[in-house]
Write a protein that binds this ligand. Sequence first.
Ligand code: MG
Length: 300
Amino acid sequence: MDMNIQARALALMAVWAMISNSSPAQTPATPGAANPGERIEGFTDTPMLPGGKWHQHDPNRPQPLVVTPGAKFSQGVAPPSDAEVLFDGKDMSKWEGGLEKDPNWKGQAASWKVQDGYVQVSPPDGTDIRTRGKWSDFQLHIEWATPTETAGLHGQSRGNSGVLINGMYEIQVLDSYNEKTYPDGAAGALYGQMPPLVNPSKPPGEWQTYDIIWESPRWDVKGEMTQKPSLTVIYNGVVVQHGTEPIGRTEGIGAGVAYKGKPFFKPHDPAVFIQLQNHHSNPVRFRNIWIRDLNAAERQ
Ligand code: MG
């Protein structure tokens, strides 16, 4: 009898050990890594990006490592004396972009709301806004904050906007703080082409900085590209794009490349405008916007 009880106990222990071993391993969370089984929005039915490893908007691509940025970097910085101030907290006269229903929206005054030193994406029937001025190679400073109201909002729906160079090359604006999406669509990504090197995002509602250095592509009269574009982005004081060469127009932003379509170039004037995205009226805020023309010295 005693032997039977002992045998049953041993059998139960063996079964318990088997069940325990078949449970998923509990691994400590690695910053920036997807948790096992975590669903991250994205696509794998999209074109392959250069390098042949990842699809455009690939959810399986490693998440950018989380970096805690310094407190301020260029936040609230006064523009240098040779900068052109594009928005000082009050005056939006350097921008245009009316209502969608207006066929002449481009020439209209910017429809976004200015208050308390910032401009906010609005209204629902408002368009993107763009600068009236154009520059070929520039240093751009811009500050942005995503909405604090985040309930039920995830990934691309969470504080989505963007800095669209010439309405063609999008540097993504998004709430990527403790929030995952396909890496080439995260904050600081060249949308659909290059994820940020790391993720130095601040919480929603806090002001964040982009310092962007751009060199426009050039083409000769035959339409052959003679100079590739180059993009450097410093996000909250952290380099997230470093001399990145776009592989074409960003897809899906109305520049002729369909969403999930393969990026391609179409020759354009090197002088380009800055456009800010009204992404389904996600109420993203912007402030302290200024630009420096990198060719100004040459022309003196
Ligand atoms: Mg966007």
